[in-house]
Every structure is written in C-alpha cells, then in structure tokens.
Design a protein around this ligand. Structure first.
Ligand code: PD2
Ligand code: ZN
Length: 292
C-alpha cells in the first residue's frame, strides 16, 4: 500500500497520485476487488473507492485504445515567440513573464498576463450570467450538464466589451494566432469541492458529434487558462500524463497546444478540486481556422 491510499481522511479526494497507484495495481495483475479492499482498509469509503477504480480504469482503457489508433497528421498551432529564452515578453506594451515551459506536452506558464483590475472586471461582467457548466455532448455536438465538471460558467461573445476585446488582442499577439480563430472567452467559477476532471480540449475524431462541432472553425489546437483569483487552497490545473500541476495565481495563465487530436500530445489536463475558497478562470480556446 502506498502513502496515497493510507493517509487519506474525509473528505476523500481522488488525486492523480491515487489514480496512478490504481493503474499500477491493475497492471500488476491485482484483482479489482483486492484493490478496493486495500483502499477500504486504509480508510477509504467503499463507494468512493469503487467510483475511483471505475473512472480511473475506464480512462486508462481509453488511453490504451487510443495508443492503437491511427495518429492524425500534425497541423500548425499557436506558439509564443520564445526565441532566445526571454524572461518576459512585451505584448502591446504589457509585460508578461515566462515562468515555466515544457516541450512535450507543449506547455507555457505566464505570469502577469492580466492585471488585477482586468481579472476583477471579467468576474464582475460574468457573475450575473453564470449557469451550471455544460460540456460538448459527444453524440450530437450539442452541450449537456456533466458530473465531471462541477463548476458554473458562461461564455462572452468575442469582442463584446472593450475589456474582452483588449484581452483577446493581447492573447492573439502573445501566442501569434489570429484573434478570429479564438472562441468567445469562457468564464468558470469553482466553489469548494468543485473540479474539472481530466479531459482533452480537442474534439475526439471518433465521436459522432465531432463533425458538427468542426463546422465552426475546425479543431481546437490550443488552450489558454487564465486565473482570475487565487483560491485559498487546491484548484491547480493538472497534466496527469506528465505529473505537472500549475498553481492558480491571480493574473497568471497556462497555455498548451496540441498539433493533433490524439493522446500522443499528452495534453490530458484537469482542474483539481478546490479545497478552500473559490477559483475563477477565463479560458480561451483556439481553433485551426476562423471561429464563427
Ligand atoms: O480551471 C482549470 O484549471 C481548467 C482545467 C482544465 C480549465 C479547463 N480545463 C478548461 O477550461 O478547458
Ligand atoms: Zn480543459
């Protein structure tokens, strides 16, 4: 039994470490009932343990299946100009720090992308329009409320207010991608306990609803998650394939790109549960073509 499974106390949070442990046990040939029994013995509620097993192993099976699928061709993706490894970039007169970079998956963490006043302004504009978040329904391409995403959210129209337009222009200049290739900004509010379970932002070519979604500008090829406040605890943006966690700090942002809609990009990511306080983010998804 590893430290993960033996040190949990209520409320019981299924961490990436626990997911990795479950996969290790299953791949070593442990029977599922023995894995659940070991978790229960170390303090886990049986229902939570069973649900964690089920979702973790289903995701792992999907990953193994994906590794056997044909890999779609690579397409151009947004990318900041980091030639010469600059410590900061000047974007429309605004200084943005380059805090961390990773190449596979392509991830860049920016500091000070938004000012405190810009973060507060986005929250103020979004708050009266929040509703329980929906995700794309894979079957139809429409949207549905999803238990994997327990936040409230809303979308702005592109350029709908001067503040939105200014931020969109900054993003376009930062990652060298045309403004009209971006979807409208999405705002999410997570309350304590809320999370966004690991997912990919690209549309899965296998899903029947994908063709409809691709009509509006093609695939998503990049994501920028901007933190509008600093939660008291929890709420990191996680990349479970590579064990990376980006702390949510007001004004900072994490950018990642995916040159094909496939797990080889290692851009599976999630929003870890918020442990205390609220977490607010603005997400800009970038498409291959003009988003209409
Ligand atoms: O809020 C986050 O950290 C987060 C994590 C994963 C947001 C998104 N995905 C997203 O908006 O796609
Ligand atoms: Zn996402």
């Amino acid at each position: 039994m590893t430290k993960t499974a033996s040190t949990q106390t209520a409320p019981q949070t299924v961490t990436d470490e626990l997911r990795r442990w479950i996969i290790t046990q299953a791949e070593a040939g442990c029977r599922p009932e023995d894995v659940v029994a070991a978790m229960v013995k170390s303090g886990w509620d049986e229902g939570v343990a069973l649900a964690a097993m089920e979702t973790t192993l289903r995701a792992r099976l999907d990953e193994v299946a994906a590794s056997r699928e044909p890999v779609p061709p690579a397409v151009p993706v947004p990318e900041p100009n980091l030639d010469g490894a600059p410590p900061f970039l000047s974007v429309g007169g605004h200084r943005v720090e380059v805090l961390a970079t990773m190449h596979n998956p392509r991830v860049v963490v920016f500091g000070g992308l938004l000012s405190g006043a810009e973060c507060d302004g986005l929250i103020e504009l979004a708050r009266p329009r929040l509703a329980r978040s929906e995700t794309v329904d894979n079957a139809t391409g429409g949207s549905e409320v999803n238990a994997a995403r327990t936040s409230d959210g809303m979308f702005f129209e592109r350029g709908e207010a001067p503040l939105i337009l200014r931020i969109e222009q900054r993003i376009a200049e930062l990652v060298l991608w045309p403004l009209d290739h971006g979807e409208g900004l999405q705002i999410l509010r997570y309350r304590p306990g809320a999370e966004y379970r690991p997912h990919n932002d690209y549309f899965d070519p296998k899903h029947p609803g994908t063709a409809a979604v691709l009509q509006r500008g093609g695939q998503r090829v990049g994501t920028l998650v901007m933190y509008l406040n600093t939660p008291e605890a929890g709420g990191a943006t996680t990349f479970p394939d590579v064990g990376l966690e980006v702390a949510p700090v007001k004004g900072n942002a994490v950018f990642f790109s995916y040159e094909r809609p496939h797990a080889v990009t290692r851009t599976l990511h999630g929003g870890a549960p918020v442990l205390a306080g609220e977490k607010w983010v603005a997400t800009k998804w970038l498409r291959e073509g003009v988003f209409t």
